[in-house]
Ligand binder design. Structure first.
Ligand SMILES: Nc1nc2c(ncn2[C@@H]2O[C@H](COP(=O)(O)OP(=O)(O)OP(=O)(O)O)[C@@H](O)[C@H]2O)c(=O)[nH]1
Ligand SMILES: [Mg+2]
Length: 305
């Protein structure tokens, strides 16, 4: 059997969390069309006949303007020190820019301190780009790093994902013992996942600056035999944002709640009563105590069940 730790790194919105879900073959990370969706590293384990892929999905690398964002970037880059293999992911629709270059430079630096077994360049969203555009892109990236492999793929449709798995296992060492039990998928607690599912539904139904200003934490998660009661606090920065989230006559919040509850009930296999409260807390993204309560920027025991 083989096993190794893999970090998925790249700019926001390139499809890192979509790939994590595809490799774990279960939806454990939230996904949205808005950048900066993932706010802390997420561990996911992919179980295969060849062995175990211990994957870490990370927040997108960007220029931070808040303490939360600085922690997001720091936590993502911090994962490099523990990785055997790195997947640098880029978006095939976008020409290589300074943001992608910055990510590559961080990998070069980390590789000097502790060489990786392999570094793959994953050119994602290959399902929506013409083949003729992929070749020049590959040429442009080729000179920037001595990639072990360059793989155009689609995390969303699964195109070339089996090939990625095959090439990844080819780089990993044999291991007599596997780190995780066969049914272990993620280190996230149900409590944490509940908050993330609510945030995903909010991200899907809001625009402009609002998605960045939303934070969710679970104040109560009480399981009884018949019903689990979840109380969630949704934080925003401004009063106007609170109005948008609640919507006319409470309609938007109702829809968010219904979608979130349905997904939780399916994921947790339990009946759920969900209560949500929207609170205005200006500057929460720069408040260390609140960030700590939300567990952002950490991959440690605190978000384990
Ligand atoms: N067409 C297409 N869309 C994709 C693919 N992979 C991801 N997407 C879409 O790209 C958007 C971003 O996906 P995420 O997985 O949330 O991206 P991310 O890199 O985790 O983003 P951050 O967490 O913000 O850093 C979503 O709308 C996905 O559905 C793909 O292979 N093809
Ligand atoms: Mg993500």
């Amino acid at each position: 059997m083989k096993s190794g730790q893999l970090t998925i790194l790249g700019r926001p919105n390139v499809g890192k969390s979509t790939l994590l879900n595809a490799l774990v073959r279960e939806k454990i990370a939230i996904v949205s069309d808005k950048p900066q969706t993932t706010r802390m590293p997420i561990l996911g384990v992919g179980h295969y006949p060849e062995g175990q892929l211990v994957l870490v999905d990370t927040p997108g690398i960007h220029t931070p303007h808040h303490r939360m964002n600085a922690q997001m970037v720091q936590s993502a880059l911090g994962m490099l020190t523990e990785s055997d293999v790195v997947f640098v992911m880029v978006d095939s629709q976008v020409a290589p820019g300074p943001g992608d270059q910055y990510v590559i430079e961080q990998v070069i630096q980390a590789n000097k301190d502790k060489p990786f077994l392999a570094v793959f360049l994953l050119i994602n969203k290959a399902d929506i780009v013409a083949k003729s555009r992929l070749l020049p892109l590959i040429e442009q990236y080729k000179s920037r790093y001595p990639w072990t492999e360059i793989i155009p793929l689609s995390a969303k449709t699964g195109l070339q994902v089996p090939r990625l798995v095959e090439l990844t296992f080819a780089c990993l060492p044999d291991s007599s013992t596997l780190m995780y039990e066969a049914d272990f998928l993620t280190n996230q607690s149900m409590r944490h996942m509940a908050g993330e599912i609510i945030r995903e539904k909010i991200l899907a139904s809001t625009h402009a600056e609002l998605p960045y200003a939303v934070g969710v934490f679970i104040e109560q998660f009480q399981e009884t035999k018949k019903l689990t009661t979840i109380q969630a606090i949704i934080l925003v920065e401004k009063k106007s944002q609170k109005g948008i989230i609640i919507g006319k006559g409470g309609q938007r919040l109702k829809e968010v709640g219904q979608l979130a509850r349905e997904e939780m009930e399916q994921l947790f296999s339990m009946k759920i009563f969900l209560e949500m409260l929207v609170k205005v807390k200006a500057g929460w993204r720069d408040n260390p105590q609140i960030l700590d309560e939300m567990g952002y920027g950490l991959l440690d025991g605190r978000n384990e069940r």
